[in-house]
Design a protein around this ligand. Sequence first.
Ligand code: FNR
Length: 194
Amino acid sequence: TAIPLLVFAGSTREHSWNRKLAGAVTAMASAEGAQVTRLELADFDVPLYNADLEAKGTPRDVIRLKEIFHAHPAWIICSPEYNGSYTALLKNTIDWVSSPVKGDPVWGSGTKAFAGKVVGLLSTSPGALGGVRSLSHLTPLLLNLQAWVAPKQFAMPKATEAFDPDGRISNDAQRTAVHGVIDQVLWAARRFSA
Ligand code: FNR
């Protein structure tokens, strides 16, 4: 059976390289038979986390995000790197989604949306390191939420030269590396669901 795979980028920028990478991953994983949901964080109205806001009621779009994350046993995150780490957008999303909804029978426990998920990490950046430091920060964050983070990760350097006009990853070695992460995520998700 097809694994439901959630693919999203930690950027909402119109011409984001990581959104472009998420698009390439969507095509590649779909071709491998995964049932891919391409999530755009820009479609969700999520304020900057503040417990006072939350006390007035978890925003509707945060609940929507929790439902989407929970419905997918496997995720692939395409992470930009800001100042040697991942983006505030990604942190804010994870903080909201991981926060318990007080008194809610489904979302009363914060780890539910994350625990036991198989998560693959990719990054890209115009720079020579491809955003690899964002991945080294995201890994322990996700492990702390009881996700299973795929050991195979890939940071794709020189994003400005990495895609062909159709949005495919043009370099064979880079495409193979991205494939390796997708394959490991789908493999682990199948093992977890067995
Ligand atoms: C960056 N950028 C960047 N790139 C990188 O490889 N390492 C870094 O530490 C940083 N730091 C950084 C800080 C801030 C505040 C910004 C705005 C940018 C550049 C970054 O990789 C570039 O803007 C990417 O295009 C962002 O990803 P998206 O939006 O294209 O997916």
